[in-house]
Each structure stands twice: as C-alpha cells, then as structure tokens.
Design a protein around this ligand. Sequence first.
Ligand SMILES: *Cc1c(COP(=O)(O)O)cnc(C)c1O
Length: 365
Amino acid sequence: MPSTRSQRPIHAVIDLSALRHNLAIAKQTAQSTNPQAKILAVIKANGYGHGLLRVAAGLSQADGFGVLGLDEAVKLREHGYAQTILLLEGVFAPAELLVAAQRHISLVVHSSQQIDMLESASLPAPVSIFVKINTGMNRLGFTPENFSLALQRLNACHNVGQITLMTHFATADEEEGITAPLALFSQITQSLPYPISLANSAALLRYPATHSDWVRPGIMLYGSSPVAGVAAASFDLRPAMSFTSALIAVQTLNAGDSVGYGKCFTATRTSRVGIVACGYADGYPRHAPTGTPIAVAGQLTQTLGRVSMDMLFADITEIPQAEIGCAVELWGTQVPVDSVAQAAGTIGYELLCALALRVPVEVLE
Ligand SMILES: *Cc1c(COP(=O)(O)O)cnc(C)c1O
C-alpha cells in the first residue's frame, strides 16, 4: 500500500545537544555564584513547544523539572524521571493531591485555598512544597502581610514535608531589574531556615544575587533570549528548535504587481517571490509583516505581504538560484526565533509554544 503520509516539506528539528549545551550554561552560571545551586528546568507548555518528553530527554541531567499540569508530571514519572518535579501553580483541586503525594510530585502553594486543601486531605505521605511569595508581580503568591500566617499553617500541617520559599520576578528581563522585589523577599524570609528559589532565565543570566538553592530557567534552555534586544548567542545559547520548509512555487512580479491577501506588498521593481510551505496554521505568526527575516537556500532575506494559513512569501529577487524545492529556514540557527518574534511584535516564547501539532518533528540526538 502506498503511504498516505503527506510529503509537504515543512518540519521542525529538535536538537537535544543544544538543550544539553544550554543546560550546562545555566548550571555553570548559577554554580559560579553558588556551587550548590540546583537547576529546575522549566518544561511547561509541552516543553515550550518542543515536546515534553523530547526536552526531558535532552535535559535529563537537570536536578528537577517544572511543569504546569499534573498529567505532565505523571507522564514524566511514568517515563522514569525520578528527580524533583514541581507543579508551578500547585494543585487546582483536592483530587490532585493524592496523585501528587503518591508520585512524589512537589507543589507550589500560592493561596490560602491550597492550604485548606492540604489541611483537609488524607495523604499516604507528606508532599514537598514551594511556598510562593508575591513580591510585586501581583499574579500568584502570598503578600508579605499574609505570608507569616500561611507559613505557620503549613508548618503545622502534617501533609507538608520539605518547605522551600520562592518568588517570581516581574521585571528580571527589563531595565527595572530585581532590586526592590529581592530586598522585599530577603526582608520577609531573613531568619527562616528554608531553601530558596528565585531566578527565571533572565534573573539567572543577569543577577548573580538570585542564584539561590534552586534556579528555574525556562526559555534560555531552548536557546532563545530572555532579554529583549539581547541576542541569545551573546549568552552562548544555541537554538534547540529549527523550523524549516521549502519553496513550492516561484512567481515573478512586475513593478506594480502585488502578492497575497489584501495585496499587502506591491513590487516597485521586477521581483521574484518564493512561495513557502508554511503558514499561520503551522505556528508561524500571522502578524509578521513584510520585512520579517527568513532564509532561503542558506541566504538571509525577508518575507513579503501577508502570511496565509498554509503559505507565506519570501523575497528571492537577490537569490537567483532559489527555485521550487529550495530549503527555507523560518527560524533556527540562521534566523534567530527572537528576530522573527521581534518583527511580529511578540517574544520567542510565544512562537516556540505555538508550533502547530501538524508540523512533523524530528529529533537530533
Ligand atoms: C515559566 C516560569 C519560569 C521560567 O521562566 P523563563 O523566563 O522561561 O526562564 C520560572 N519560574 C516560574 C514560576 C515560571 O512560571
């Protein structure tokens, strides 16, 4: 029987050696300040779009994993990962506590409702928790005023085992930095004997003072920069995902001819346009305007006109050898995902997470 598998040329390659390399950078950076620092690799959102189990394999040397859903945590346990696994928002309902306790899954505790759940549960073993303090993000966590009562309750709760204290910074990636929230955190937790977890990727790379017992890098592990305007390569990070396709048609435009929906780009000279087999249904951002970087036949060029569902346009006027079948890099080693994101008015995180299910993925061991 002939295969019905689509031969559409689009695919993503996940490079596990890049994940290993970026993890080593995170480890070196944290341990240069605190040799005891442990790495909680954040692999929520399906490993930032790379695939949960694929990234777990690449990051297997991490001391722990941070995920969102209990299902992801259980999947990691079922595949033999024995290190710390932290639910970054804790449990959403009492029923999740039993599974978490059985599987030795650690929980963020950010609200008094979650303490209620812990107090009324009947569990086979105590669970390790990370108590989240709100130092100005105003998203999750106990306020400085409510923290001490929360900690008192958790300390008294027989279902609570190891306690770690954490916060999450709102502006670690921006000019404002982390000085005020870090000072607040230190003041609240000063004389307490618990391990501490503070740093996301931006804090890890920019602020040694945040290299406490556990660091929590996410985006840097995938080789995308946590800091707008600073290239991932300047931190010696390597892209873990390369998203590629090929030209499936070539058009020649005369001056005055337009391409695509809305005729958003009109040629001012005789131009060659490559039609790329990739669109917003593959996860390419529809908001990427004319001028977004793209590589065709190994040469950097730009997109033209409006991205459609299954196709987009690349300017190949200056790439005369580009023909049907020619390789295209949407993002990867030649075109940083952060450059595409910047052109589209977003961040690398969103593009990586949005890689569509229909894109075939290959793993480079
Ligand atoms: C997502 C997340 C991280 C990782 O952030 P990056 O910016 O990707 O490094 C760290 N900590 C918490 C609590 C998170 O939710």
